[in-house]
Design a protein. Structure first.
Ligand SMILES: Cc1ncc(COP(=O)(O)O)c(C=O)c1O
Length: 419
C-alpha cells in the first residue's frame, strides 16, 4: 500500500469508528500503539484530544437522525467522544473483547457493570480479598437496592460453587489478589459460572492484558482501574469495562451515557499514551519485582515474602508458560512480612527516602504501604488475620527505578531490625 493510500484510508470519514488493526491480527504492541486513531483531515501523527462537550450537525434533519439513532456519530461527550472512543477501541482489542466502555474511575466501571447487568433480588458471589471500596459498594450501596453479595476465599473453587444460589447472577474475582497475590484458576471458574447461569467478571487491574487476558480464558467481563498500570505514571483516574457487544456495548454503556460517569477526553489521551508502552512496562515491572522478591526472600529480617513469580508462591503454577499458566509473569506487586509487627513494618517504611509512601500502585515510581493500617485498616483484626494481612506485612508496588536503588532504600530500614 502506498503512503498516499495509507493516508487516504486513515482520513476517510467513512472509517470513523473503524480504525486500522482492530481485527486482532497484528501483534499486541502494534495494536497498543496503532488501534483507535483515525486521522482527521489535518493529518496529525499523534491522537488529538477532542476537548468538546458537544458536536455540531449539518442540518436539523441530521440532528434528528443522530438523536433517533438512525445514523451513527457523536452527539454529546457524556455519550461518546472520539478520544475516549480511541482508548475504548484500543483496550477492547488488547483484552480480546467486542466492546469497551470507558469510565471516570475504576469504581465507576464496577458500579456501571452492576447497574447495567443486575437488578433488585440478584446476588453476587465475590472473592473476599477485593479492593476495599468494591466491598463497600457491594455491602453498603448495592445491598441498599436489594443486590446482596456473599464472599468466598479467592482460590477455593468449592467455596465459589457452594456460595452460588438460584438468584446468583454474577461471580466477581480480583485475581491476583491484593496484597498477597493469591489467584483463582479463571478457566474453571468461568465454566462454573456458566454451568450455573452466571456471568464471570474479573478485575484485571493488577495484570492488565499485557500479562493476563481473562476473556480468552472464558470470563465474560473484564474490569479495569485504568488509574493503575494502564496509565502507568500516576497521572489520572479512570476505568473501563470490556466484554461483548450486548452486555458492555449496550447495557453497561447505557448506564454510563445516562448516569454520566464518563471518561474525560484529557484522561483518555493519557491512557492512550500509557497503553503504547504497556507491554514493555509490565515486563519491566515483573523483572524488577522478581529480583526484589528474591532479595527480600533471603534477607535475615524478612519473615516471608509473597510474589507469584517465585516458585515459593502457592499459586506459581498459574504463572509463566506451563500448562496451567494464566498470567505470563508475576507482575509488579509483592508483599513481605517483617518480624516485630506494626512497629517494625512502620520502621522500614519510615526509613525509606525514595519509595513513595502511598497506597496507589501501577506507577513507574515504586510505592510502599502498610496494608493493615491503610488499605485493609477498616477490616476487623480477626478479618485481617483470616485474610493473612498481618501487622508486620508491607506491600510494595515495584516501579521502574533501578533495582539496586530500590533495594538500597529498603536495606536501610531492614538493617535496623534484629533478624
Ligand atoms: C483492584 C482494584 N480495583 C478497582 C480499584 C478502583 O479504581 P479507582 O481508584 O480507579 O476507582 C482499585 C483502586 O485502587 C483497585 O486496586
Amino acid at each position: 500500500m502506498s503512503e498516499q493510500n495509507r493516508f487516504d484510508r486513515d482520513c476517510d470519514p467513512d472509517l470513523v469508528g473503524e480504525s486500522p488493526f482492530t481485527d486482532g491480527t497484528a501483534g499486541f504492541s502494534t495494536r497498543a500503539i496503532r488501534v483507535g486513531h483515525v486521522r482527521t483531515a489535518e493529518g496529525e501523527h499523534c491522537e488529538p484530544i477532542f476537548a468538546t462537550s458537544s458536536f455540531v450537525f449539518s442540518s436539523a434533519a441530521e440532528a434528528a437522525a443522530r438523536f433517533a439513532g438512525e445514523t451513527p456519530g457523536n452527539i454529546y461527550s457524556r455519550f461518546t467522544n472520539p478520544t475516549v472512543r480511541a482508548f475504548e477501541q484500543r483496550l477492547a482489542t488488547l483484552e480480546g473483547g467486542e466492546a469497551c466502555v470507558a469510565t471516570a474511575s475504576g469504581m465507576a466501571a464496577i458500579l456501571a457493570t452492576c447497574l447495567g447487568l443486575l437488578k433488585t433480588g440478584d446476588h453476587i458471589v465475590s472473592s473476599r480479598s477485593i479492593f476495599g471500596s468494591t466491598t463497600m459498594l457491594f455491602d453498603k450501596y448495592l445491598a441498599r437496592v436489594g443486590i446482596h453479595t456473599s464472599y468466598v476465599p479467592l482460590p477455593d473453587l468449592d467455596a465459589w460453587a457452594g456460595a452460588i444460589r438460584p438468584e446468583t447472577r454474577l461471580l466477581f474475582a480480583e485475581t491476583p489478589s491484593n496484597p498477597l497475590a493469591e489467584m483463582v484458576p479463571i478457566r474453571p471458574l468461568a465454566e462454573l459460572a456458566h454451568d450455573r447461569g452466571c456471568l464471570l467478571a474479573v478485575d484485571n487491574c493488577f495484570c492488565t492484558p499485557a500479562l493476563q487476558r481473562p476473556l480468552t480464558l472464558g470470563a465474560d467481563l473484564v474490569i479495569h482501574s485504568a488509574t493503575k498500570y494502564l496509565d502507568g505514571q500516576g497521572r489520572c483516574v479512570g476505568g473501563a469495562v470490556v466484554g461483548d457487544a450486548k452486555r458492555v456495548g449496550e447495557d453497561v454503556f447505557g448506564v454510563v451515557r445516562t448516569a454520566g460517569p464518563s471518561m474525560s477526553p484529557f484522561n483518555a489521551w493519557l491512557f492512550l499514551k500509557g497503553l503504547e508502552t504497556l507491554k514493555l512496562r509490565m515486563q519491566a515491572h515483573s523483572d524488577n519485582a522478581l529480583a526484589l522478591a528474591r532479595w527480600l526472600g533471603s534477607h535475615r529480617a524478612v519473615a516471608g515474602e509473597h510474589y507469584p513469580g517465585r516458585e515459593t508462591h502457592p499459586h506459581h503454577h498459574l504463572v509463566g508458560t506451563g500448562p496451567h499458566a494464566q498470567q505470563s509473569s508475576g507482575g509488579g506487586i509483592l508483599a513481605f512480612a517483617v518480624r516485630g509487627g506494626r512497629q517494625a513494618a512502620w520502621q522500614v517504611i519510615d526509613a525509606t527516602r525514595m519509595l513513595s509512601i502511598t497506597a496507589n500502585l501501577g506507577d513507574t515510581k515504586s510505592t510502599i504501604t502498610h496494608p493493615a493500617s491503610t488499605t485493609h485498616g477498616r477490616l476487623s483484626p480477626e478479618a485481617r488475620e483470616a485474610a493473612g494481612i498481618g501487622e508486620g506485612l508491607i506491600r510494595i508496588a515495584v516501579g521502574l527505578e533501578d533495582i539496586a536503588d530500590i533495594q538500597a532504600d529498603l536495606a536501610r530500614g531492614l538493617g535496623q531490625l534484629s533478624g
